[in-house]
Unconditional design. Structure first.
Length: 1040
C-alpha cells in the first residue's frame, strides 16, 4: 500500500511531542512554550523565564536585575561580529556574571545556568519563532534553558536535501537577517527523516556540519520505525544532562572560529574522563586529520577545571609539533592570551617548573628531559601531573622516556596517536601508557566525511641502458687505482635501484608529468589545489628543485628538507660531492640574502596554505609528512620508498576537506608502492589488529620481546668471541690485524684472509646491532651492571678494530670523491621515457578497492605478527588473504566463489619482479577486487520468492550441500510447509525464524547464540550436524 507523503509539519509535531514528553515515558521533559509565530519581540534572552529561574535558585532581585542587564549588554552585537558577541555571552553563561550590588561590597557570581545540577534549570522549546530586526525569518524550533536561546533546529521533509536546512541556519546568522538573535546560541541543528541529524555551532561553514549518530542501546528494537534516523540522535544531543555537558565542556573559541566537537571527539573525551577518574592512563588512536589537537585541548580544559591540583605536561618529539600544540592551546583559551609561552626552553627550565606550582600547563620536547643520570635523585614535583604524549608510537622508548617515568612516577600518561600500534610498537607503548582509551579509524573518518577518501594511480617511467660498453669503460676510468674490493663497493653503492631512480632524465620525465597534471587535472588547473612531491633524498629534492627552476613553473615551487647549509660542514667535501650540491642549491637558488632556513620554511608553509595559486608545489623528503595540514593539498607524488606509518601519514596530507570541488585525495606513485599503500590503509582500518590482546595481564608480550632481544645479543656476542678466539694475546688491534689480514710481507695474504675478514665484519655488525636494539633495556632484560659495562666496552672496541682492519686492508672506501663521476655516468647513459599509467584504479577509491574486499584484515594481521615484510611476502599476503576471503565467503555462495578461485589461481601465477608484471598485477588485482566487492546473488538463478532477500537466497543455495553432507538422524521433526520446493520452504522458514526470534547482539554471545540454535534445531529436523552447518552460514550473514 502506498503511504501518503510525510510533510515537514508531521515530522516537527513528532519531534516536539518526543522532546516535551515526560522522562518516564521516554521523553526529555522540556516545557512547550507554544507557537511563537505571531508573538511580538521574540528575543534570544527571555528575561521573564530567566528571572523566575534565578529567583527559584535563591538570588536576590538586585542580583538578578544586574545579571540580566550585563548579559543583554554582552549579547548586543551592534558594531561587533557575531563571533565576538558569542564569545562575550558564552563567558557569562559558562563562568557566571560577577555582580556588585553596592559600593564596597565584594562581587558575587550569579550563575545563569546550574551546570552541575541539570534539574535545577528550566528546559523549554518554542516553535516557529518569528525573528525580526532584519529580514524576517522563522526557525522551526528554538530551545531555551532558563529563557536563554541555546539551540536552533531546522527540519526538512525527507524529499528535501538537508543541505537546504543547513544553509538556512547559516544565512539566518547574517547581518541582513537575524544576527543578533544568535549571540547566545551554541548549537545549530538541521534534520530530516531521510538523512538524520547534522549539527554545528554559530559560524560553522556548511562543509563542517557533521552527523550525530544514534548508538542503539541493548534491548532496543532493530525494526525500522518512523523517524528513527532523526529522533534518536536529536534526543541524545538534547538530553538535558548531555546538552549541558556539551555546552560546558566542549565549546571552544579557536583563533576566530567557534567550534563544537564531532561525535568521535566527544566520545573520546568521555572515555578519557572515565579512565582518568580511575587514575589510569592509556592511548587514544584517532586517525590522521580527525582533530587530535582539539581532543587534547578539550581534555586539558576539563582537567584543569575539575582537578585544582592538576598540572599538564604535553610532550612531543618535534619542534614543529611543539609550536603547533602551543598555538592550539592558546587559541582555545587553555592558555591566557597574555600568558607567557608554556614551552620549556631548556632542561634546567623543565626541572625548575616541575617543582613550582605554576604554570599549570607546559609543553616540552622529549629531548628536554635529561637522561644522563638514571640513578640520581629525581627533581621535586609539585601538583598532580597528567602527561600528554603526542605521536606516542614514536615517543615510547629510550632513556629519556625512562627518566620521564622516573621523574613523574605518579603521573597519569595519555598517549595520542594517528597511527595504530602494531605488535612491535605496542610491546613498549602498552607498558608506558596502558591500553586503548578510544579508537577512530581511517575508514570510519571517511564514512563520517571527516576526511576524504584516497585514490591511487601508479605511473612508471620506463628506463633503459643505452650503451653497456660505454658504461663499463667510464666506470673503469673513474675507478682507476682502486683494488677489486673497493671497485665492488663502488659498484654496489651506485648500481642500486635508488641511484637508477635518481637519474636526471627520469626526473625530467616526472617533472614534465607533474607540470602536465597542473595543466589538465581538476583543482590543480584552477589555482584551487596544490601538491607535494616526495623525493627519495635531500640530494634528489635539490635536483628536482633546480630542474623546476629551469621552467616557467619554477616560480610556483618550494623545497623543505632538514638540510642546513653550514660552511663548516662542507669544508672537507670534494667540490662536486652531493653535500656541495645541496649546499649550493640552498645558498644560491633557495635562500635569499641573510634569510635563514627557518624563515624560508615558515614563509613557504604560509603561502602553500594561504596562497595556493602562488605556491603550487612543495618538494620534500620527510619534513611536513606529519602534522602539516593544508586543505588545498590535493595530490601527492611519491618518488620515495615510504613504509607503514610514514607512508600513511604522507598520503593523508591530501585528504583534508576543502570545498565541494575536492572529493578525494590523490596518490600518484612513481615507485611501485601499491602493496605498501595497501598495507598502510589496511593497518589504519582493520578490526583485526588485536588491539588489546596481550595475554592475561599484558606482561607476556613485553617479556617475549626482551627475551628475544637477549637471545640475539647473546648469540651475536658468542659468535664474535668464537671467531676471534684464535687471535694471539693480548688481542689488541695489532694482533687482530695480523690474524685477519695475514703477514704484511706476504703479497697473497690479503686475498687468502678475505673470507675471514668478511665473516669478522658481519659478526661485528651483528653484535653491535643486537646491542643497540636492547641498549635501553639491558637491565630489564636481566643483565647485571658489570655485564652491561662489558657490552659497552666490547662493542666500542670491536667497532674500532673493524675500522682499523678495513683501513689496513684497503677495504674502506670513501665514495664521496666518486659521486660526481657516478652521477654523470647514470645521467648520461640511463634514458627514460614519458611516464605511463599502470592500471586504471580511478573508478574505485582505496577503501572501496581494499577495505570492502576484506583483504585489509588479513594483511594487517600478518603485518602485526611478522613485522616488516619483504615484497614477495607482501604479495603472498595479498594472495593468501584473497584466498582467505574466498574460503570464508564460500559459505555465502559456493558456485560464485569457485569462479573467484579460478581467477585467484591466475593471479598467483604472476611475477612482480619488473614493471610489466607489476602492471598486470595491478590490473588483475583491480579486476578481482571489483568482482569480490560485488557479491550480490544472481536473481535469475533464484526462485521468485527469494528475490530481494539476499540472506534467504544464501540459505537456499547452501541447503542442498548442507543436508547432503549431514548424517541422517532418525528423529521426529516438525512438519515443513511445502512451496513446491523443499529447499525453498526450508530457506524461507529459517529466514523468518531468525528475523523474528534472534535477540539483538546475538553474534558472539554464547547464551544468545544458544537461543538461535534452539530456534532452528526443530526446523532442521533435529539433525545436529546440519543445524551446526547452517548455523555457521547464518552467523556469516551481515543481514541477520
Amino acid at each position: 500500500m502506498i503511504q501518503p507523503l510525510r510533510p515537514e509539519r508531521i515530522t516537527q509535531n513528532r519531534i516536539v511531542k518526543r522532546i516535551c514528553a515526560s522522562v518516564p515515558v521516554g521523553g526529555l521533559g522540556y516545557a512547550n512554550l507554544g507557537n511563537w509565530s505571531k508573538r511580538a519581540e521574540n528575543r534570544c534572552i527571555e528575561s521573564a523565564y530567566l528571572r523566575d529561574n534565578l529567583k527559584a535558585r535563591g538570588y536576590s532581585d538586585l542580583h538578578i536585575s544586574q545579571a540580566i542587564q550585563m548579559l543583554m549588554a554582552a549579547a548586543d552585537a551592534t558594531g561587533i561580529t557575531l563571533y565576538q558577541a558569542n564569545l562575550r555571552t558564552y563567558q557569562l553563561l559558562r563562568y557566571g556574571v560577577p555582580v556588585q550590588v553596592a559600593a564596597g561590597v565584594p562581587h558575587e557570581t550569579v550563575h545563569l545556568i546550574d551546570w552541575a545540577t541539570p534539574e535545577n534549570n528550566h528546559f523549554a522549546l518554542a516553535e516557529e519563532v518569528t525573528l525580526k530586526g532584519g529580514h524576517e525569518r522563522r526557525p522551526d524550533i528554538v530551545l531555551y534553558v532558563n529563557g536563554i536561546a541555546l539551540a536552533v533546529v531546522e527540519l526538512k521533509r525527507s524529499s528535501v536535501d538537508m543541505a537546504n536546512g543547513i544553509r538556512q541556519l547559516i544565512t539566518n546568522q547574517e547581518d541582513i537577517f537575524n544576527l543578533g538573535f544568535f549571540s547566545t546560541v551554541q548549537l545549530v541543528l538541521a534534520g530530516s527523516d531521510s538523512q538524520g541529524l547534522r549539527y554545528g555551532t554559530t559560524g560553522t561553514p556548511e562543509k563542517f556540519f557533521v552527523e550525530w549518530k544514534h548508538h542503539q542501546l541493548s534491548g532496543e528494537s532493530t525494526e525500522p520505525s518512523e523517524g528513527e534516523l532523526l529522533d534518536g540522535p536529536l534526543c541524545q544531543m538534547l538530553d538535558p544532562a548531555r546538552l549541558l555537558d556539551l555546552l560546558r565542556n566542549f565549546v571552544i573559541f579557536d583563533a576566530g572560529q567557534k567550534k563544537v566537537p564531532r561525535l568521535h571527539q566527544f566520545e573520546g573525551v568521555k572515555a578519557a574522563q572515565v579512565r582518568i577518574k580511575k587514575q589510569e592512563g592509556g592511548v587514544i588512536w584517532h586517525t590522521q586529520g580527525s582533530g587530535k589537537s582539539i581532543l587534547m585541548v578539550l581534555i586539558a580544559k576539563w582537567l584543569l577545571e575539575h582537578d585544582p591540583d592538576a598540572r599538564i605536561l604535553v610532550v612531543t618529539d618535534r619542534d614543529e609539533l611543539d609550536k603547533q600544540i602551543e598555538g592550539v592551546m592558546r587559541n582555545a583559551g587553555v592558555i591566557g592570551a597574555e600568558a607567557p609561552s608554556p614551552r620549556i626552553q631548556s632542561r634546567k627550565d623543565l626541572v625548575e617548573k616541575l617543582g613550582s606550582a605554576s604554570p599549570r600547563l607546559m609543553c616540552a620536547l622529549i629531548h628536554k628531559i635529561d637522561a644522563t643520570n638514571l640513578k640520581g635523585e629525581p627533581p621535586e614535583v609539585a601538583g598532580r601531573f597528567y602527561v600528554f604524549v603526542d605521536e606516542c608510537h614514536r615517543t615510547q622508548g629510550g632513556d629519556m622516556n625512562k627518566q620521564m617515568k622516573r621523574w613523574l612516577a605518579t603521573a597519569i600518561f595519555i598517549g595520542f596517536t594517528g597511527t595504530p600500534l602494531l605488535r612491535r610498537d605496542r610491546q613498549t607503548t602498552r607498558e608506558v601508557f596502558g591500553s586503548f582509551i578510544h579508537t577512530y579509524k581511517f575508514n570510519e573518518a571517511v564514512a563520517d566525511k571527516v576526511v576524504l577518501d584516497l585514490k591511487y594511480e601508479a605511473r612508471a617511467v620506463p628506463q633503459r641502458l643505452t650503451s653497456p660498453k660505454a658504461v663499463d669503460e667510464w666506470f673503469e676510468k673513474a675507478a682507476k687505482g682502486l683494488n677489486n674490493y673497493q671497485k665492488s663497493m663502488l659498484r654496489k653503492r651506485w648500481a642500486t635501484l635508488e641511484e637508477l631512480m635518481s637519474s636526471g632524465e627520469r626526473k625530467q620525465r616526472i617533472l614534465a608529468d607533474i607540470i602536465h597534471d597542473f595543466g589538465v587535472r581538476p583543482r590543480l588547473n584552477n589555482d584551487r589545489g596544490t601538491a607535494i612531491l616526495v623525493a627519495a633524498s635531500i640530494y634528489d629534492a635539490c635536483h628536482y628543485y633546480r630542474l623546476f627552476q629551469n621552467t616557467n613553473f619554477g616560480k610556483h615551487c618550494g623545497i623543505i628538507t632538514s638540510f642546513e647549509p653550514k660552511h663548516n660542514a662542507i669544508s672537507q667535501e670534494p667540490k662536486d660531492s652531493d653535500e656541495r650540491y645541496k649546499f649550493d642549491t640552498y645558498t644560491r637558488h633557495v635562500l635569499k640574502a641573510k634569510q635563514t632556513t627557518t624563515q624560508y620554511e615558515t614563509e613557504m608553509k604560509r603561502r602553500f596554505i594561504e596562497e595556493p595559486a602562488n605556491l603550487k608545489l612543495l618538494i620534500v623528503v620527510s619534513k611536513l609528512l606529519t602534522g602539516f595540514d593544508a586543505p588545498s593539498c590535493t595530490y601527492i607524488y611519491l618518488d620515495n620508498e615510504l613504509r607503514e606509518h610514514n607512508l600513511f601519514q604522507a598520503i593523508c596530507r591530501t585528504n583534508r576537506l576543502d570545498g565541494e570541488d575536492k572529493d578525494y585525495g590523490y596518490i600518484v606513485d612513481y615507485k611501485e608502492l601499491f602493496s605498501k599503500v595497501q598495507d598502510a590503509i589496511a593497518v589504519y582500518t582493520s578490526d583485526e589488529l588485536d588491539t588489546e590482546s596481550c595475554g592475561d595481564d599484558g606482561n607476556p608480550i613485553v617479556k617475549d620481546w626482551r627475551d628475544e632481544g637477549k637471545a640475539k645479543l647473546d648469540a651475536a656476542r658468542e659468535g664474535l668471541i668464537y671467531l676471534c678466539a684464535p687471535v694471539k694475546q693480548p688481542q689488541g688491534i695489532e694482533q687482530h690485524i695480523h690474524y685477519f689480514c695475514g703477514n704484511a710481507a706476504d703479497a697473497a695474504a690479503l686475498d687468502d684472509t678475505e673470507p675471514l675478514r668478511i665473516a669478522f665484519y658481519k659478526a661485528v655488525a651483528a653484535y653491535v646491532r643486537a646491542y643497540a636494539d636492547l641498549a635501553q633495556n639491558l637491565d630489564e632484560a636481566g643483565y647485571s651492571a658489570p655485564q652491561i659495562e662489558i657490552f659497552e666496552k666490547e662493542t666500542a672496541f670491536y667497532s674500532e678494530v673493524r675500522a682499523a682492519i678495513k683501513n689496513h686492508s684497503g677495504e674502506e672506501l670513501d665514495t664521496k670523491p666518486f659521486e660526481a663521476d657516478m652521477r654523470h655516468l647514470i645521467d648520461t647513459y640511463i634514458q627514460a621515457d614519458p611516464a605511463d599509467l599502470l592500471g586504471d584504479l580511478s573508478s574505485l577509491s582505496l577503501t572501496e578497492l581494499i577495505i570492502e574486499t576484506g583483504i585489509h584484515d588479513a594483511i594487517a594481521r600478518k603485518l602485526n605478527e611478522k613485522g616488516k615484510l619483504s615484497r614477495n611476502a607482501i604479495a603472498e599476503g595479498i594472495i593468501n588473504n584473497v584466498r582467505k576471503t574466498i574460503i570464508r565467503d564460500q559459505l555465502t555462495d559456493p558456485k560464485y566463489y569457485e569462479q573467484m578461485s579460478t581467477l585467484l589461481e591466475d593471479l598467483i601465477q604472476q611475477k612482480r619482479d619488473d614493471t610489466d608484471s607489476y602492471e598486470q598485477f595491478l590490473k588483475d588485482a583491480e579486476a578481482l577486487a571489483k568482482k569480490l566487492s560485488n557479491q550480490e546473488q544472481d536473481s535469475k538463478k533464484l526462485p521468485t520468492a527469494l528475490h530481494g532477500n539476499k540472506e534467504a537466497g544464501v540459505l537456499y543455495n547452501n541447503l542442498p550441500s548442507v543436508l547432503a553432507a549431514a548424517v541422517p538422524e532418525n528423529t521426529a521433526a516438525e512438519p515443513t510447509p511445502t512451496y513446491g520446493d523443499e529447499y525453498l520452504a526450508l530457506a524461507l522458514m529459517l529466514d523468518k525464524t531468525i528475523r523474528e526470534k534472534a535477540p539483538a547482539g546475538w553474534k558472539g554471545d554464547s547464551t544468545r547464540e544458544a537461543q538461535v540454535l534452539n530456534a532452528i534445531y526443530p526446523i532442521m529436523k533435529r539433525n545436529k550436524a546440519a543445524t551446526m552447518a547452517i548455523f555457521e552460514i547464518i552467523k556469516n550473514q551481515p543481514g541477520y
